[in-house]
Ligand binder design. Structure first.
Ligand SMILES: [Zn+2]
Length: 413
């Protein structure tokens, strides 16, 4: 088994308030073997001189769409050959690696290409972060995932499974699991980028949500809900979802319930932020820009309230939505900090807490002896300035399960 020693690094372990300064970290095979000040290389160990740079866990984004290209118009993809979705996604996965991401949870693929991409990464056929996928998102008729026009003409790009009523939503869950989904993604409110609905209106009844959660649980899967308006968030929480995605309109009562039930919030502040910055001038449909403007302030306030109340927050971006580019995801950390989060908590949200939500905290998300070597070497101190992570050129080395996927430092000695 090959061994590599990161000599003289400052470690952010994914949890602690402070960096562990001037240590060495030995990786053997796919695991972190030792961390300490007295770790010496044996013959044959490659030594990388960290020179006081920061070694930290590989970043984790809990809400991306690798099958979406961040184009201004989310339906632009239907004007290209379907296979372009996959070819673009392979490029996006490369960008994720270059930006320091070693795990991603995809929250809605296209035609199950997300499942194929996951397989290709896990078999070593393409370069990319470890993927957790959800297949098609499940939506009610006329809901956030329904891309039929009022005339009933389909604009569906294979992005969602429309289902109504307890038995049909159960079937929809079974279909996603048959196709290879690790997670079930549902929509319990309208959204910003769907033309015909309102983010404040709820979708699916509590009975439907409970049925989805129960069916998923029998197959060891958990459920994430696109939930923006208060009632739809409450329904999702009471229905038993593991994570609330976006969570734009929250009140103290639902925040308490999220805490009690251990429901994670994945805020995705990047999505409305990118839409507002580029606007209709960038070609985003006007309904999307209008709705994003309406929600941004209240979104930040809800995020801050949930954070201060102690809701577990995992980092997610909704990358793939308009101008929300794959590889620029760490921008979310800056947005969370601007909205009131302590920098170290933003870093935890993108490492240890994200790993807890994904159910992989026993293997990764922290720099600890015995954990998988998902590590990045960063120029600068991210606790002092999380903004440095937004620039992939500050991510000098990326290792996933002991394998070096990016290295701008050159070979060690
Ligand atoms: Zn999304």
């Amino acid at each position: 088994m090959g061994a590599m020693l990161f000599d003289n690094v400052n470690v952010f372990d994914g949890r602690s308030e402070e960096l562990l300064e001037g240590v060495s970290v030995l990786v053997r095979g796919n695991r972190i073997e030792r961390i300490g000040r007295d770790v010496r290389p044996q013959a044959g160990t490659e030594v990388l001189h960290g020179e006081g740079r920061t070694l930290m866990p590989g970043l984790i984004d809990c809400h991306v769409h690798v099958c979406l290209g961040a184009e201004a118009d989310p339906l632009a993809m239907v004007r290209e050959p379907k296979g372009m979705v996959v070819i673009k996604a392979v490029n996006f996965l490369n960008r994720y690696v270059d930006a320091g991401f070693t795990s991603l949870r995809d929250m809605g693929g296209v035609e199950y290409f997300d499942v194929a991409l996951k397989l290709a990464v896990s078999r070593g056929m393409i370069r990319g972060p470890r993927l957790f996928v959800s297949g098609k998102m499940i939506s009610e008729t006329g809901g956030h995932g329904d891309f039929y026009t009022p005339w009933g003409v389909s604009m569906d790009a294979g992005f969602s499974r429309i289902a109504d009523g307890v038995w049909e939503v159960v079937k929809a869950v079974r279909e996603q699991i048959r196709a290879g989904a690790d997670w079930i993604k549902i929509c319990t409110t309208g959204g910003v980028l769907s033309p015909a609905d309102d983010p404040r209106h709820s979708q699916f009844s509590v009975e439907e949500i409970e049925a989805i959660v129960r069916e998923a649980a029998t197959k060891g899967r958990r459920v994430a809900s696109h939930a923006q308006g208060l009632e739809g968030v409450r329904n999702a929480v009471r229905g038993g979802v593991a994570s609330v995605e976006h969570g734009i309109f929250l009140d103290d009562e639902v925040i308490e319930e999220m805490k009690e039930r251990g429901v994670y919030l994945v805020p995705t502040l990047s999505a409305p932020d990118a839409i507002i910055k580029h606007g209709t001038a960038g070609g985003i449909p006007d309904y999307g820009v209008r709705k994003a403007r309406e929600v941004m302030e209240v979104h930040r306030k809800s995020f801050r309230r949930a954070y201060e109340a102690g809701v577990r927050i995992a980092m997610g971006t909704d990358a793939g939505t308009p101008f929300n580019f794959h590889g620029s995801n760490a921008r979310e950390l800056s947005l969370m900090v601007e909205s009131g989060m302590k920098p170290v908590d933003a870093l935890r949200a993108a490492t240890s807490t994200a790993a807890e939500l994904l159910g992989i905290a026993d293997r990764t998300g922290t720099v600890e002896e015995g954990k998988l070597a998902d590590l990045i070497l960063v120029d600068g101190d991210p606790i002092r300035d999380v903004g440095i992570l937004s620039d992939p050129s500050n991510v000098l080395l990326v290792m996933k399960e002991g394998e070096v996927l990016k290295n701008t430092l050159g070979a060690g000695d």
